[in-house]
Design a protein around this ligand. Sequence first.
Ligand SMILES: [Zn+2]
Length: 536
Amino acid sequence: MKSHSRISLVVAASLTVLGGASAPALADNASAASVPTSGAEWFRAGRSAVEANKLVNRELNTRRAKNVILFVGDGMGVSTVTAARILDGQQRGVDGEWNRLSFENFSDLALSVTASANQQTSDSAPTATAMVAGIKTNDGAISVDQSITRGEFCAEVTRAKKVKTIMERAEARGMSTGVVSTARITHATPAVNYAHISNRDWEADSSIDRDLGATVLPSGCTKVKDIAAQLVDFSVGNGLEVALGGGRPYFEPNTKADPEYPTRMGRRTDGRDLTAEWAAKPRAAYVWNKAQFDAVDPRRTKRLLGLFEPSHVKYEADRANDTAGEPSVADMTRKAIEMLQNNPKGFYLMVEGGRIDHAHHAGNAYRALTDTIALAEAVKVAREMTDDKDTLIIVTADHSHTMSIAGYPSRGNPILGKTDAGLDLLAKDSLGLPYTTLGYLNGPAGWTGNGSRREFDPVTEFVTAEIPFSGERPDLTDVDTTNPNYLQESAIPTAGAETHAGEEVAIYANGPRSYLVRGTLEQNAIYHVMANALGL
Ligand SMILES: [Zn+2]
């Protein structure tokens, strides 16, 4: 398709917004693949983009939102979005730099300042709390304010410090609610919706007891309930309808073996079997593999809990190798929306691409990018299933990571490859060695004292294999850096993991009141945009 076809596509999409008859078609990246090839074509493409914006801005969607869907790419910083867009295009054989992920065509955009109440660079607990509860709080805090001490054991104190979440407000109004994640469903980002606790690590009762040790609780202090129990006991309104992710043992007693990995036992010491308790609710279902998940009829099922792994669900890149089978994040999003759409009062849904963050922590750009592409696919599904007129969709990240895109690679150079210097030559560092375009400021793949380079192990998901090399930096001349298990180099070797980064992340918004997403916003404004759109 010629480049001017792409231009008319952009304008046509905007006109559909004005007509308001139906959700505008998503810009089809595959059919809009042709990159401008002359100065005149670039000029026309740039001007058309501005013309399209003029049309959009003339009619703001000031309606109240019936539904809100919040997508959180955990650790999906701007450089991650850029690299994922390029990888997605290159994998599909189109111009990666010209490519766009589904949410990059949303009408509104802002930057989100992610510093928490006590951190310059934040962890996922206060950042997720900011997005769903409207306040900034301290590290580790799950929907409790900054006046609580991390590790506060008392339920009474926790209750006094808790902040109402968008899920609780939506439930109180009779809406349906759900949470989907590729991480454990008790992990920080999903947990902030339904739980209030001073320490994000207290996912099962045994984790609280381990930290409590011999400490005797003062009189008038009851031990706070763990995150998994708070999910199943969540009772605001009529309770949440959908919870899909990983983390089975946090819901099962330590006397019960895992159905997929029989040598692994549950983590609960209070004797509760929370999956059984969930399944006993009226018209409720509990599933733990893809076949059961696929068999769930969204019209006949009112409540669905799906836990597909003992810990996080598989990376998208490894999902096909799972023995019991797992749904993708797009599959889970589709099922969740099908169920939540049964309520005429509307719904609130959070979907987390939780493992973008984990792959970055491992220094493995490939899995971070392929999980970003999987999340973009889930956004596409959500937009196709809903109407721009009544559904606000927000896509953002909780924080960034230290991955950056460096050097002067040619347009079209493989994003996971080595930076080229044109004419089939590789760019060289000051030692005369080639380097990759993607790299981390810190992380596990730094060249270590014993002179070895490490690789990602897809089975253990830990960085285990040691590959020897000589010299100060590994010589990558004969290394295939596009291998999915390749770990990008890091400037500063950090034994445990690569870290989060502190710069702003993007907020993409589409639908009712999405125009409120503009400028540089503190992260907790995201809650207030959603609450305003819903009229809460
Ligand atoms: Zn992280």
